[in-house]
Design a binder for this molecule. Structure first.
Ligand SMILES: Nc1ncnc2c1ncn2[C@@H]1O[C@H](COP(=O)(O)OP(=O)(O)OP(=O)(O)O)[C@@H](O)[C@H]1O
Ligand SMILES: [Mg+2]
Length: 325
């Protein structure tokens, strides 16, 4: 069952230099119980896509979409009150920096139970029991005594576990995790990703995981959407994206993955992401693309293959070029 279907999402931000078209017609689907990764370099519109779906955007931003269907509703038509009822309740959010998600002046217990009490209108005792259950579930020891602690008394890894527990309090149908582990060291990172994956499987929740790290995508995602300069340039099942990437940008990202030969150092695609200010024609990646030709300046067709693999490129099959790039 498709639980989320975003069609033609656009987000424009008014800036001093003109309108910044940060998200340029993004389509994205999440099935029940599926993990979808959104991957791409910094500034390509990953976070805004997620925030746009929830209606959490800066004042200077304007959103439009043909449809954002979540379960049985169209979120483009939802009122502010309806959206508030969905956020933190049917959709749980986990952000990169736990300190921005946690309020330094409230106890862990208050923060964990607040949303649950608001959405469920239950007795405090029930909310506290649920919080303790989830703290245990996220691998936090001495859970009950943590409830009276403040965020600054905890390590980064513990804080991130608490943010995860917080996102899960109301048993959301969809979890959005925006760079949930970038602030953590590698061992803790692996534990947290494992935890999100386990809980997701247990609850059969849909997950959108946003990352610039293809390693995270390989470990977590069933399907991937690769974003570049505000567009999804390639999307498909994780195994086909890794085995037969089609868009030169995806191929570039994959060739930048750390490997043993490079001693774990991340490579970089040469060149810079184009400005997002103003309208654009043709492929945004052509300025950095090793295969760019004249047709790349015109509108780009989307190629689709069986199995749901699609990409936007003038080259209908990149397989022959994959080894060279
Ligand atoms: N409040 C804002 N005002 C102006 N521009 C913004 C604002 N928020 C985001 N942008 C711009 O919109 C674009 C997309 O931003 P977004 O945060 O979605 O990128 P991202 O893919 O999540 O990047 P990162 O990997 O660094 O988190 C960027 O060019 C960014 O500079
Ligand atoms: Mg971001």
């Amino acid at each position: 069952m498709t639980m989320l279907k975003i069609e033609n999402l656009r987000i424009d931000i008014a800036t001093q230099n003109g309108t910044l078209h940060a998200v340029r017609g993004v389509d994205l689907e999440v099935e029940k119980g599926e993990v979808v990764g959104i991957v791409g370099e910094s500034g390509c519109g990953k976070s805004l896509t997620a925030m746009g779906l929830l209606g959490l955007l800066p004042r200077s931003a304007q959103r439009s979409a043909d449809r954002i269907r979540f379960l049985e509703r169209d979120l483009t038509k939802a009122s502010v009150a309806e959206l508030r009822g969905i956020r933190g309740n049917r959709i749980g959010m986990i952000f990169q920096d736990p300190m921005t998600a946690l309020n330094p002046s409230y106890t862990i217990g208050d923060q964990l139970t607040e949303g649950y009490l608001h959405h469920r209108k239950t007795a405090r005792k029930e909310a506290v029991e649920r919080a303790i259950y989830l703290l245990n579930r996220t691998g936090i020891t001495a859970a009950r005594s943590r409830l009276s602690q403040y965020p600054h008394q905890l390590s980064g890894g513990l804080r991130q576990r608490i943010v995860i527990a917080m996102a899960l309090m109301c048993e959301p149908d969809l979890i959005i995790a925006d760079e949930p582990t970038t602030a953590l060291d590698v061992t803790v990172q692996a534990q947290i990703l494992r935890l999100i994956k386990d809980i997701q499987a247990e609850m059969a929740a849909g997950v959108i995981i946003i990352t610039h790290d293809l390693g995270v995508v390989a470990q977590m995602a069933d399907r991937v959407a690769v974003m570049y300069a505000g567009e999804v340039v390639e999307a498909g099942p994780t195994h086909s994206i890794f085995a037969a990437p089609q868009h030169p940008y995806t191929i570039g990202l994959l060739s930048c993955m750390p490997d043993a030969a490079r001693r774990g150092r991340l490579g970089q695609i040469p060149g810079v992401v184009p400005s997002l200010i103003g309208e654009r024609k043709g492929c945004a990646f052509r300025t950095r693309c090793p295969h760019a030709t004249q047709p790349c300046r015109a509108d780009i067709a989307i190629h689709r293959r069986a199995g749901g693999h699609s990409w936007r490129c003038t080259i209908p099959d990149q397989t022959a070029n994959t080894r060279k790039s």
